[in-house]
Design a protein around this ligand. Structure first.
Ligand code: NAP
Length: 300
């Protein structure tokens, strides 16, 4: 008998992840707040549910992929939510990026109701979700991690159990800190190279082969050069994540000076109304700080 998976939240990440679970042979029922996205899953061979209750009723595994801590809390603990309607013993896997303390609280609340709960935030972006090549950092019990392995294998490539409930989210917070810092420095490098009239495509190609090379450069460099800030990963979500890492670092008495600057840059873009752009739009802000946009306008 095949494993039945309910997938809640079929956005930029959840949509392709659910489609990959269908491809891997799971019976997938999707629920999305805006129904059209669930219809896309139905077209890909899954089933579209009209409510969370309908999606999870006979699920072995419930996967969630929604934006923020209050959203996961609402989906799991709400009156019409997962805890109220999923079968006892179901394995709940939250792929969203949320606060580590909230993840640990929700796991404890789920255990009390007889569920197995894992926090399993991902990295790799929309491309990683489409390719089924995400990095997945998992917090929770070792036997629950082992039980979830076939699900993880269908959506990810680097899958690591990092510790008890909430630890996956702690590792993801570190990931978001590093990505924001790296993106900001990439934006500064591109602005610097353009100011000197260097062939930036050639420059990024050679930089990519040296110590400065990275997945951030490889995936986001071309988008910056083309000024294509279609999300991807929205600035508003990265702003949420910088809030998570800033609060968690403070709680631990850890100082993150470069992270604090990166957090302010991300917050500034959001405040200027660019929360819907991809996080590669940090280039836009760095260019503004150097008066580069204006300079290019004046040359027209
Ligand atoms: P997204 O495209 O905005 O999708 C979010 C989904 O959640 C949408 O389908 C939305 O429904 C649904 N949703 C929002 N609030 C809800 C609520 N309160 N109850 C039920 N459903 C709700 O976001 P995403 O980019 O897929 O990101 C999802 C999570 O993955 C976030 O935690 C993000 O930080 C993380 N993440 C994203 C990326 C990336 O590159 N995008 C990479 C790694 C991790 P509607 O369609 O009705 O709006």
């Amino acid at each position: 008998m095949s494993t039945k998976i309910a997938f809640i939240g079929l956005g930029i990440m959840g949509g392709p992840m659910a489609a990959n679970l269908v491809k891997a042979g799971f019976e997938v029922t999707g629920y999305n707040r805006t129904p059209a996205k669930a219809e896309q899953l139905a077209d890909a061979g899954g089933r579209a549910a009209k409510s969370i209750a309908d999606a999870v009723r006979d699920a072995d595994v419930v996967a969630t992929m929604v934006p923020d801590s209050p959203d996961v809390r609402a989906v799991l603990t709400g009156e019409d939510g997962v805890f109220a309607h999923a079968p006892q013993g179901a394995l709940i896997i939250d792929f969203s990026t949320i606060r580590p303390d909230v993840a640990a609280d929700l796991a404890a609340a789920g255990h009390e109701k007889g569920f197995r709960v894992l926090d399993a935030p991902v990295s790799g972006g929309e491309a990683g979700a489409i390719e089924g090549a995400l990095s997945i950092m998992v917090g929770g019990a070792a036997d629950d991690f082992a039980a979830a392995q076939p699900v993880f294998d269908a959506v990810g490539k680097t899958i690591v159990h990092v510790g008890p409930a909430g630890s996956g989210q702690t590792v993801k917070a570190a990931n978001q800190l590093m990505v924001a810092g790296h993106l900001a420095l990439l934006a500064e490098a591109v602005t610097f190279l353009e100011a000197y009239g260097v062939d930036t495509e050639a420059a990024l190609r050679v930089l990519g082969g040296g110590l400065a090379g990275s997945t951030v450069l490889q995936r986001k460099g071309p988008a910056m050069l083309a000024r294509d800030f279609t999300p991807g990963f929205r600035i508003a979500l990265h702003d949420k994540d910088m809030g998570i890492v800033t609060a968690a670092a403070r709680e631990a008495g850890v100082v993150i000076p470069l992270g604090a600057v990166a957090a302010q840059l991300v917050a500034s873009l959001k405040a200027q109304g660019d929360g819907g752009l991809d996080h590669s739009a940090l280039l836009k802000l760095i260019q503004q700080l150097s008066g580069r946009d204006q300079e290019q306008e004046n040359q027209k």
